[in-house]
Write a protein that binds this ligand. Structure first.
Ligand SMILES: *Cc1c(COP(=O)(O)O)cnc(C)c1O
Length: 380
């Protein structure tokens, strides 16, 4: 691949993505494995991620907004039978457009149900939808009282062809949290009210909670993209949920300089050099989504001839640049033009997110637009 002199490269491995999707599906062989590709596939590009998963056999996708659904529809091969669900449901007035595009919304309020029914009447046919019932998250979904009303009177769903009923776990990444089994049991009880209808409960972490969380349809997001859904805090138990690495963010070294003790590095002069040091300047900053909270806390990895060397970020992350203390790295392994890993490669995405005080979800969805993006793998 030609290098145009780009100083920051984001490589997205579509083979690893597909391997993760297959692996999650294999954990629940009786269930269908969908893919959550909201927020532009967690920042990685839904127009590339969607078709790659489709080619691997994925036939069901979840996005958050109607606009994302219509964009994904256009990116997937035409009339393929891929089903796209909008987690937020149709926006008021957007029902007819969604119905015409064959998008299947997730309905979460009595108002959305009524509006989708009205759209079905206008269309002169039953319209497919999914139903979201809240079981403890208190964010989206019918409340227990609303769900009671809807299930008590079958006419409330006239004209709607329900494909499945779903709920969402609040604490799936904390396997011992009591809310997990409460939500599981509440969901099982709700499903009794919809005999024969499919159910969907598990996000990425939920898949690892065991078979009674699987139901008929899995909704993984973050694990597809290479983050361990049980998080870095899960310890040895988390090893079971280690995913193939999808994202590799590399920045190039622009300069390496010697700095005497007593001098400072970067804005605010807050990083004081205690002994003569070498500082490497890298062409990535907060404008690229490399968050400022990594200032003097985050790290990079230099892949030297003696192996991987972890080097600390020295001083503040600025808009276009970061500075690394590379004093411990042999000269020959750290020259202008050399690449350093900031996410992926030698850097665990969840560890970098944790040092930033956030989670891989946020690190990925903030990734900037200025990187040279390279998609690799058979589907690229
Ligand atoms: C985002 C989302 C998912 C995917 O969650 P991950 O933790 O990324 O696997 C699944 N279901 C719903 C309702 C969501 O909002």
């Amino acid at each position: 691949m030609t290098d145009f002199g780009d100083q920051a490269t984001l490589t997205i491995d579509l083979d690893a993505l597909v391997a993760n999707w297959r692996r999650l599906g294999a954990l629940a062989p009786a269930a269908e494995c969908a893919a959550v590709v909201k927020a532009d596939a967690y920042g990685l590009g839904a127009a590339r991620v969607g078709p790659a998963l489709f080619a691997a056999g994925c036939r069901r996708f979840f996005v958050a907004h109607s606009g994302e659904a219509l964009a994904l529809r256009a990116a997937l091969p035409a009339s393929t039978g891929a089903i796209i669900h909008v987690l937020h449901g149709p926006g008021p007035g957007g029902e007819d457009d969604l119905a015409a595009a064959g998008i299947v919304p997730v309905l979460s309020t009595p108002g959305q149900i009524a509006a989708w029914q009205a759209a079905a009447r206008r269309a002169g046919r039953a319209l497919p939808a999914a139903l979201h019932i809240d079981t403890g998250m208190n964010r989206l979904g019918l409340t227990a009282a609303e769900a009671d009303q809807v299930t008590a009177d079958a006419s409330r769903l006239d004209g709607i062809a329900l494909e499945f009923v779903m709920t969402h776990l609040a604490c799936a990444d904390e396997p011992e949290h009591p809310l997990n089994t409460q939500q599981r049991d509440r969901f099982a009880a709700w499903r009794q009210r919809f005999p024969g209808l499919k159910g969907s409960l598990a996000n990425s972490a939920g898949i690892f909670l065991g078979p009674d969380f699987h139901h008929d349809l899995l909704r993984p997001g973050i694990a597809l993209y290479g983050s361990n859904p049980l998080g870095p805090a899960a310890g040895p138990r988390g090893d079971a949920a280690k995913m193939a690495q999808v994202v590799h963010l590399q920045g190039k070294i622009l300069q390496v300089r010697s700095v005497d003790s007593g001098m400072t590095v970067g804005y605010g002069a807050g990083y004081i050099v205690e002994k003569p040091s070498r500082i490497a300047t890298i062409a990535i900053g907060y404008a690229d989504g490399f968050t400022r909270s990594l200032s003097s806390r985050g790290f990079a990895v230099i892949r030297g001839r003696q192996g991987h060397m972890r080097v600390p970020i020295a001083g503040r992350v600025s808009m276009d640049l970061i500075t690394l203390d590379v004093s411990a790295v042999p000269d020959g392994d750290c020259r202008p033009g050399d690449a350093v890993d900031l996410i992926g490669g030698g850097v665990d995405i969840d560890a970098q997110a944790a040092t930033a005080g956030t989670i891989a979800y946020e690190l990925l969805t903030q990734l900037g637009r200025r990187y040279r993006r390279i998609y690799t793998g058979a589907a690229a």
